[in-house]
Write a protein that binds this ligand. Structure first.
Ligand SMILES: [Mn+2]
Length: 313
């Protein structure tokens, strides 16, 4: 692979792996070239640096930059242990971040939705959060393009707690999304959950206890049976991982998945019709030694591998 410095600015193409020193250079996701022009781009990676709607610790607005930086530890090689490399097969650009005005909280939903709409006119999107609320406007934009979506949701929390319309909360947006028909709960799975909710609103829960008991292979069979070939949006809240594997997040819950358990499940979902993705809730000020940011960058790379397998079997 060619040596390169500042591939984020000067890579000749949106494809390729560059041996750039991990400690230097302009940070982008997996050293992808930055561009706001998506001509010829298959998929844009973009940051949504917003944490206005958290219920506990803030800080996920710094998630995108931490994930980009951590991805430079891995970007000298293709994602292991996948047999195919999305960074060779797909034209992937780093689109930079969504502009958001924290002084206008009522504007944030629309700003994120419009940002995603613009990208989705010409390419696919993987978003880096940000608190989990961002998935709601992102799902809206994806559903406009693809119709009602199956949701494959990794999280410690169901995020379907009943709420008033228009209330802004990172724990209730899937309640709204299901009621509005943006996601089809009957074709959706929530994985790694370890919280109580009086009503599942039609979602199938594969909670952390069940995943620990039955293992990745059986989990993947269940998810495949639920989702089928329906266009699916995969949302990964980093707090699906146990706090030992992801301390840098806003609402950690003990008893979660290891990083490898989560990766094993993602590997086993290859071939599903994934049309959109996000990785949310990395909050670097609570992180230690980049544990959480590196997990986030690794899982985000896995999501791109999944996307590749879904689009080009
Ligand atoms: Mn969560």
């Amino acid at each position: 692979m060619p040596a390169m410095i500042d591939a984020a600015l000067s890579a000749p193409d949106y494809r390729g792996i560059y041996a750039e020193p991990s400690f230097s250079g302009v940070q982008s996701f997996y050293r992808r070239r930055y561009s706001k022009d998506l001509a010829g781009v298959d998929l844009a990676v973009a940051g949504i640096p917003m944490d206005s709607f958290v219920t506990n610790r803030p800080g996920a607005r710094f998630g995108p930059e931490a994930i980009r930086r951590a991805s430079s530890l891995m970007s000298w090689d293709a994602p292991w242990p996948w047999k195919r490399n999305p960074f060779a097969e797909l034209a992937i650009a780093d689109y930079g971040d969504c502009y958001l005005d924290p002084g206008r909280p009522d504007s944030l939903h629309g700003s994120i939705r419009d940002f995603a709409r613009e990208i989705l006119k010409s390419s696919a999107l993987m978003a880096l959060g940000g608190d989990h609320y961002i998935s709601y406007p992102l799902l809206e934009a994806h559903a406009e393009k693809h119709g009602p979506l199956a949701l494959i949701h990794f999280d410690a929390h169901s995020d379907t707690w009943k709420d008033e319309p228009k209330r802004l909360d990172h724990g209730t947006m899937f309640y709204h999304a299901a009621r509005e028909g943006i996601v089809d709960a009957a074709r959706s799975a929530q994985l790694g959950i370890r919280s109580n909710n009086a009503d599942d609103y039609g979602f199938t829960l594969l909670d952390a206890a069940e995943i620990h008991a039955i293992g990745a292979r059986a989990v993947c069979e269940k998810v495949r049976a639920i989702v089928g070939s329906k266009p699916a949006y995969l949302s990964f809240d980093i707090d699906c991982l146990d706090p030992a594997y992801a301390p840098g997040t806003g609402t950690p819950v003990c008893g979660g998945l290891s990083t490898w358990q989560a990766r094993e499940i993602l590997l086993g979902l290859a071939g599903l019709n994934i049309v959109g993705m996000d990785l949310v809730e990395v909050s670097p000020s609570y992180d230690h030694a980049q544990i959480t940011a590196l997990a986030g960058a690794t899982l985000a790379s896995d999501l791109l591998c999944l996307y590749l397998h879904g689009r080009r079997p």
